[in-house]
Design a binder for this molecule. Structure first.
Ligand code: NCD
Ligand code: ZN
Length: 348
């Protein structure tokens, strides 16, 4: 039986495109099906000023296929030295769409992030005044806290106090991975949003660790217990207006993943829509896919919905690329470990 589904072109509200040869290799993979994406600023060195964001935007556009209509939405990497005036000017001029908060040491290239949250209080206040969203990597970095608990503890210790101290600050909880994250996001009101990745909807920590350790499933925040995956699936398919797609597609060279100290990140962009249709069908919620992937994100970011569409069709197992080439180096594409039957068959 063939089924098909046409939805407004989706957007990706959390994406890593990197720079240089990696950018050239991966940018077309997101541009193929997505309309826009929030681009993470965790380059080396990070994107910390409006001028750097504008320059990175030009490099991304130069890496896109000629006929691409993909729009990268830029972010600034918040540091303890971020100048609220530079930030406000970049937001006002449309150079940036949001600002990214990495607790120092929480994840890939986060060393320049924030250690002392009191130091960035004036920046938060300015952001609340101008309505600029703060995208938050929500994990504590306290080595005493177990890695599986770092998201839940962050909500209590850091995120909730920041939101109480800064009324009006618009916050996106990036890549939530727990029931606590899903519950907090869904009860936070219109100034709080949350993104969910493909891999956290498809996998739990057993998939990563039972029967052998699978480095291509290692990402941060780390995959959690099954009950958390179920809470994320329920949130994503609920239609709740604060919950939307952010793939967190995070490419690393295959050799950096299959290594003694594996880099964190899953490269999902080429297969994201096939995976999402699979998950939403399993949840009997294909009718909610457009809400999650194409409508709730622009509503939160106060941007128009895309007008073009993509059509997904269900058929025989689809052959998806196993790797994307970056010169001599390969980047391994996310493989959920079972066949996928949905693929994009038409676009307008
Ligand atoms: C991301 C990366 O590689 O930049 N890795 C990841 O596991 N998600 C960083 C991040 O978003 O935490
Ligand atoms: Zn990320």
């Amino acid at each position: 039986m063939t089924a098909s589904l046409t939805i407004l072109r989706p957007d990706d509200w959390h994406l890593h495109l990197r720079d240089g040869a990696m950018l050239q290799a991966v940018a077309p993979e997101s541009a193929r099906h997505f309309g826009r994406a929030i681009i993470m600023p965790n380059l080396v060195p990070p994107v910390v000023t409006g001028a750097e964001a504008a320059a990175y935007h030009r490099r991304i556009n130069a890496a896109l296929p000629q006929d691409s209509a993909f729009t990268p939405l830029m972010t600034l990497y918040l540091t303890e030295e971020t100048d609220p005036e530079d930030l406000a000017a970049a937001y006002h001029d449309g150079i940036i769409t949001a600002v990214k908060l990495y607790p120092a040491g929480a994840t890939t290239n986060s060393a320049s992030g924030v250690r002392n949250f009191d130091k960035v209080r004036p920046v938060f206040e300015r952001m609340a005044d101008i309505g600029c969203p703060l995208c938050v990597h929500g994990e504590v970095t306290d080595p005493e806290i177990d890695i599986f608990d770092r998201e839940a503890v962050f909500i209590d210790r850091i995120l909730d106090p920041i939101r109480r101290a800064t009324p009006g600050l618009r916050v996106v909880m990036e890549h939530i991975t727990t029931k606590q994250g899903a519950d907090y996001a869904q009860s936070g009101g219109p100034d709080l949003g949350a993104t969910i990745t493909v891999q956290h909807l498809m996998l739990d920590r057993n998939d990563m660790l039972a029967g052998g350790m699978r480095p291509h499933y290692y990402c941060l925040p780390i995959l959690k217990r099954r009950e958390h995956r179920e809470a994320l699936r329920a949130a994503a398919t609920s239609g709740h207006s604060q919950i939307f797609l952010g793939t967190d597609s995070a490419p690393h060279p295959t050799h950096a993943k299959e290594s003694e100290c594996c880099s964190a990140g899953c490269f999902t962009a080429p297969v994201a829509l096939s995976c999402l249709a699979h998950v939403f069908e399993e949840e009997n919620a294909l009718d909610q896919l457009e809400t999650f992937a194409s409508r709730n994100g622009p509503a939160f970011y106060r941007l128009p919905e895309n007008t073009q569409t993509v059509t997904l069709t269900k058929g025989a197992p689809v052959t998806l690329p196993e790797t994307v080439r970056m010169g001599q180096v390969s980047v391994t594409v996310f493989d959920p470990g079972h066949p996928l039957h949905w693929s994009v068959t038409a676009q307008s």
